[in-house]
Design a protein around this ligand. Structure first.
Ligand SMILES: Cc1cc2nc3c(=O)[nH]c(=O)nc-3n(C[C@H](O)[C@H](O)[C@H](O)COP(=O)(O)OP(=O)(O)OC[C@H]3O[C@@H](n4cnc5c(N)ncnc54)[C@H](O)[C@@H]3O)c2cc1C
Length: 476
């Protein structure tokens, strides 16, 4: 292990963010990185526990965290990289956007509330790997002769493709978007994940032989019959992008938009893509109300402030979470604590237990206000019960409303009916324990099967799906 008693010598540190006044003026990444000394000290804090909960309970990928922490502490970057890449396809993504489930289950979180800064150590290892040229295109020596079609180039599709390609299969990734990456590129803002990071990985995958066909909607531009004729297996990784809507009066007014339409637009502009005027949504000079208190909502807050919104308010119907763990969220479980992101710090009025009841408009159909009411929330066997509190109605000025209330499932596609795809009760594509859908030879992974999740979860699921596809192709 690294340094005996290192956790007693050094407190946990975070590299922090760029100053608010600077970062708000641009879309560049807000989070800083550790200096070499800080990194050394932070890696020294790992206790190399007998039972590493970070690895076994926290990280869905099963990353070998104590091992790479130790190697990072000793400056053995190449070895640390090999260990990291043995379980993770794209550490450069998770080390930037993962909420770090591993840190919540670190034994130091239990003992002094200061877990090892694992996500930052992961970032240092992968970035050193690129900087020092350890990561070079490494195409398979031999091809198996099997071809696989992957529909959707988000983190799930990329991880399936990368894993199958490394096994020697020939993989073609189709996506209806102009550029690969899914939500990594078009949902998550640059201030969390700059797009050169996505481009760097795509370039590497292309150099290793993965083929990308962009601007192709599978099931519309090309049929599943075409894919079945050309490929030995198909993997559907189209995500779960159908947003939950808010059916209240006025939801058709100009200025009421789904969060993803708004985030996609800003990301397309930053990528240099053309956005038609009817799809160009800007918060500049507007009072913005974001409905939904989760991460997508937080990304809207950060984007709106950068675009020059005059005010940003984020509404959440659920009660304000506690600031610390409670008895109902014991270590090493992921704690549903209050999350204050860099975007919130930049300026947002956050309201809990509030529901929008109506959108008010002006005489030409533009949004002018949001009518709200405070909510009494009770829980019946875990199911929330929301009761409006009489006499608490209020109204807020708004020219832009962004609906960020989650997603209900995959985007409708005629192919699903043609293939007679079976669905889960929660609206995802149903798969068996081999990731195969109800259609033989058609697999699914990521959000499309699980519902909206986290990059680390979809990557873990997709890697397993790749092994299942490989086993199915090689069946007797
Ligand atoms: C705004 C936002 C912010 C988020 N922030 C974080 C975060 O900070 N950290 C984190 O861990 N997770 C975050 N998540 C969740 C995470 O991004 C998703 O769980 C993850 O991207 C899902 O990956 P996926 O590959 O399954 O789907 P997606 O990323 O949605 O990719 C699906 C791809 O399939 C394509 N597609 C769909 N249908 C077709 C078709 N018929 N033909 C061709 N292509 C098709 C789409 O164009 C898209 O490129 C965020 C989600 C959102 C919405």
């Amino acid at each position: 292990m690294g340094r005996t008693g290192g956790f007693l010598e050094f407190d946990r540190k975070d590299p922090g963010y760029r100053p608010k006044a600077d970062r708000i003026k641009d879309f560049h990444a807000v989070e800083k990185s550790f200096s070499p000394v800080e990194l050394h000290e932070q890696a020294a804090r790992c206790m190399h526990c007998g039972i590493p909960f970070c690895h076994g309970t926290g990280c869905p990928l099963g990353n070998m965290i104590p091992e790479f922490n130790d190697l990072a502490y000793r400056g053995k970057w190449r070895e640390a990289l090999d260990i990291l890449l043995s379980t993770s396809s794209f550490p450069e993504f998770t080390s930037r956007v993962c909420p770090a489930l591993c840190e919540a289950s670190c034994v130091l979180e239990l003992s002094n509330g200061q877990p090892v800064a694992i996500r930052q150590i992961e970032k240092a290892i992968i970035e050193k790997g690129f900087e020092r040229g350890y990561i070079q295109p490494n195409p398979p020596q031999e091809r198996t002769g099997w071809s696989i079609a992957v529909s959707g180039s988000g983190p799930a599709g990329l991880a399936v493709a990368d894993t199958l390609n490394k096994m020697g299969h020939t993989v073609t990734v189709f996506d209806e978007a102009q550029k690969p990456g899914g939500i990594l590129r078009y949902g998550i803002p640059d201030f969390k994940l700059e797009k050169w990071v996505v481009d760097r990985r795509i370039k590497l995958m292309e150099a290793e032989g993965v083929l990308f066909e962009m601007g192709v909607t599978v099931g519309v531009d090309i049929s599943h019959h075409y894919l079945e004729g050309r490929f030995g297996a198909i993997c559907l990784t189209g995500g779960a992008r159908t947003p939950r809507s808010l059916n209240i009066p006025g939801n058709g007014l100009n200025g009421v938009h789904f969060a993803m339409d708004y985030l996609i637009c800003q990301n397309q502009l930053l990528c240099g893509e053309t956005v038609p005027p009817e799809k160009n949504i800007s918060a500049e000079g507007k009072s913005v109300v974001v409905i939904g208190g989760g991460d997508t909502g937080s990304d809207c807050v950060g984007t709106a402030n950068r675009q020059g919104a005059t005010s940003v308010t984020q509404l959440e119907i659920m009660p304000k979470p506690p600031e610390e763990r409670t008895e109902s969220m014991p270590w090493p479980e992921w704690p549903l604590k209050l999350k204050t992101t860099s975007s919130h710090e930049e300026g947002a009025w956050r309201l809990w237990q509030v529901s929008a009841t109506e959108f008010g408009g002006d005489e030409v159909g533009n949004l002018a206000s949001v009518h709200c009411v405070e909510i009494d929330a009770s829980f019946d066997g875990g199911r929330p019960n929301f009761i409006p509190k009489k006499g608490t109605e209020f109204e807020m000025e708004a020219q832009l409303v962004l609906l960020a209330m989650g997603f209900v499932g995959p985007t409708a596609n005629p192919m699903f009916d043609d293939l007679e795809i079976a669905w889960t009760p929660t609206g995802g594509i149903d798969t068996d324990d081999r990731h195969m859908t109800s259609a033989s030879g058609v697999f699914s992974a990521g959000d499309m099967a699980s519902g909206q999740s986290l990059v680390v979860h979809v990557m873990a699921d997709a890697r397993r799906a790749a092994f299942d596809i490989d086993a199915w192709l090689k069946r007797d």
